[in-house]
Design a protein around this ligand. Structure first.
Ligand SMILES: CC(C)(COP(=O)(O)OP(=O)(O)OC[C@H]1O[C@@H](n2cnc3c(N)ncnc32)[C@H](O)[C@@H]1OP(=O)(O)O)[C@@H](O)C(=O)NCCC(=O)NCCS
Length: 201
């Protein structure tokens, strides 16, 4: 009996043919803890405080990150931007797509914006996210970008840990991104946006 071959994960440029096959990558997640937001003050003298909170029931992202036809249309539109987009797929043994990086150049503020950095459920914690991230940094430097910016939600604690580990700084939040800000933000869980930046110059 031979020794089974090591799986090979190659990262290559995204092509138009990849796009309808992106649902092979399952980008969903579950979280046992989330970041919770406390707001104090009023008017423009407001403070926000984040803390990590354990949930009684895990949060399940379900299909919200899925590669729907609308999401695919966005990725296709960005692919058409040529050198102002940097999109890579991670492919297992030349057949199955297991990761995606989807980033564009934003000339107006000299930043690179990551729309998607996703690794399939079964392929996480194997360094694929880190490989995609390092490629993103290299591409953003080639654009002479000032920074890489991106958004996560407070329910996505794995992504928060990942980006913090990659050296990103949490630079802001938007509690009104997905719902109207309320005085009792946690019942039930209302997602809000966290913004991250990785300075390059
Ligand atoms: C965030 C995500 C891309 C990370 O990809 P990944 O391939 O699992 O990440 P890596 O294996 O390269 O992890 C690199 C480092 O990040 C940190 N990290 C990654 N996932 C982590 C987790 N769940 N908990 C704690 N630390 C984590 C670790 O320090 C890890 O290094 P280590 O494994 O040597 O400890 C992946 O979890 C994912 O696809 N999530 C769903 C989609 C998503 O949320 N994308 C980001 C928003 S666009």
């Amino acid at each position: 009996m031979g020794i089974p071959d090591e799986p090979i994960i190659e990262i290559r440029p995204l092509t138009l043919e990849d796009i309808p096959n992106l649902p092979e990558i399952r980008p969903t997640y579950r979280a046992d803890t989330i970041l919770s937001l406390e707001r104090s003050g009023s008017g423009y003298l407001v403070s926000w405080r984040l803390s990590e909170r354990r949930l009684a029931q895990p949060f399940d992202k379900g299909g919200l990150y899925d590669f729907t036809p609308e999401a695919q249309a966005g990725i296709r539109e960005r692919l058409k931007r040529g050198t102002a987009a940097y999109q890579r797929v991670a492919v297992l043994n030349g057949t199955r797509r297991v990761g995606l990086l989807d980033m564009t150049w934003q000339a107006w503020n000299e930043t690179a914006f990551i729309w998607n950095l996703m690794v399939d459920l079964d392929f996480r914690r194997q360094g694929i996210g880190r490989r995609l991230w390092h490629l993103a940094v290299r591409a953003a430097r080639a654009w002479n970008a000032r920074a890489i910016t991106l958004e996560t939600q407070q329910t996505n604690i794995d992504a928060c840990r990942f980006y913090a580990r990659m050296g990103c700084r949490l630079v802001g939040l938007d509690e009104g991104m997905y719902a109207n800000p309320t005085e009792s933000p946690d019942a039930p869980i209302t997602e809000f946006a966290l913004f991250w930046a990785y300075p390059l110059r």
